[in-house]
Design a protein around this ligand. Sequence first.
Ligand SMILES: *Cc1c(COP(=O)(O)O)cnc(C)c1O
Length: 650
Amino acid sequence: MNDSTIKHEWSCADSQALYAMESWADGFYAVNRQGHVSVCPIEGQTLHIDVMKVIRAARAEGASLPMLIRFQDVISSRVRRLNLKFQDAIRECGYEGTYRSIYPIKVNQLHEVVAEILEAGQEFNIGLECGSKAELLAALPLVGDETLLLCNGVKDATMLNLMLNAQQLGQQVVPIIEKYSEFDQLMSLIDARQIKPRMGVRVKLNTRGSGRWFESGGASSKFGLTIPELVKLVRTLENREITGQLELLHFHLGSQLSDIQVLRSAVKEITQIYADLVLRGLQIRYLDVGGGLGVNYGADYNNPDCSINYGLREYANVVVYTVKEVCDERQVPMPDLLSESGRALTAHHSMLVVPVLGVHRPDSPPATDLPLELHAVVLRMKAVYNNVLLTEKGGILLECYHDAQEIRRETEQLARLGYLSVENMAQSDRFYWSICREVLHKLAAAELNPVPAEQLELEKQLTDLYLGDFSVFHSIIDHWAIGQVFPVMPLHRLHEKPERRGQVVDLTCDSDGKISQYVSSAGTVDCLPLHDFRQDEPYYLGVFLVGAYQEILGDAHNLFGRVDEVHIYARAEEKEGFWIEELLKGISVKEMLSQVQYFPNDLDRRMSEFIRRQINAGCIKPTEGTRILNNYTRHLEDTTYCDICAGDPL
Ligand SMILES: *Cc1c(COP(=O)(O)O)cnc(C)c1O
């Protein structure tokens, strides 16, 4: 007996492979024996948390769906992993400086996320980076007098003054000069205040980033000083005899760097500049290689939006070894290294739970209750259907499909001219889709090589639409905005083979409100293998790696807003291996409406006046009027999503 004829039972491992978990889960997510997604949040521990149990516990505490789950321990694990890789590299090559990572809070400003990073990073001296006035004001009280706080971005006099105040207080706050005018402004402020500032400089390198954000680096970038500007700045410091105040050189190539060679080249470039300035007598202490450390969102190594060609270890090695090499060559002391990795610290820790509300299938089964009189054109469609049932031959199947397409065009024409009843149109449509389904099924079974274009076309047409209770624009806006691929998969039933193929669409009235690319073992694909949806049973999908950028960039299209969220800590002593540290309710309809200037009191008053008028006019009874008004008022407190789960009592 040949291997392929042995019927293979579907296993959890098959699901794990199908959704390419190996490529993106980074050891944190897997499938357990119950066929549920499980989370292993603490590096080096076997503790696994069943995501379905988290959902149940959160719902018991009053959380509604969709829901964002944060695994706080995953943040700490990533912080540790990054820092340990740099420590390893430093030890292995005998590097004579230290390394600190700096978390840029724009990636995820949520207080608990930042607090978790600071706590996990304490033993590694982790620092923060901010890029705006609001971020600066948020970060200042968090950093005490030991944590480094770097400030990038456009800085006005107010911000520079706030930073000088902080320096006066003994805080380690360093403005990174991005524009020459900021330097001029800083100089006039210190003249007025008679103090010596600490500062760093962002340099425009010739090396350009790779991947989507390549424009953040390179000579035409909107950020950083050009080399002539840098020289002018240094001369000014020399003339003022305050060269000791410039303590940091910085570059940033852009996010999600896809090619490690680009980083290597930029590090070489900046270290040469560093060496020059040190040999000229400056005492630069820090070399900051910026952010850009990427994350694998999938298994498609040809797609730079999705995958990177290096890991944490290689990233750390490239930075440490390259700086050492140049410093040895130029015989200058090795600087302390900084990196501003944001995405790499937070992307993995959170996931979105999306309940499926229903499924739309383009095809419907052929009718059994045929009306007595079918139009000739429908009879022809029926004949084609019968032919399809009788054949297995690829050529004939394709011919049948072409015939069906032609007959469909005719029916459409007849219908437009009024020659075809809706009853006949319905029958023709049903036969047409049955033909498509049958042809596709048989073509797939025939395993033709090459695959005929018609087969691909049919696959596309016959994709089910799974309606998810969420908004792409709020929760994964980068998918819509820049085509970022996020891993999506069912959270349960993973011991069952997913027999359907679907696209996930959202609640918004926008045809872009859908997930159009998926991670799979075959690379990036247009539709996702999913399970048959059962009306009376919940079916939950997970969207993974949403912890970086999505939450704060997300918008309020159709007034869908912030979702409920739970913060989970792993703990072996707890019965299910976890506890819910916090439940944050999402935005209510009422709050959402006030943001666009509809105020609950006013809405209520208008509604109640209208209802009173209808009562007075005798349209409805007063008791009904009151019921309708109360019903309206009550739902202003709801979340902005549906929160109807299959299997839930409505
Ligand atoms: C956005 C940004 C970062 C963070 O980049 P990641 O790709 O998330 O690591 C770091 N530094 C600067 C200056 C930035 O603008």
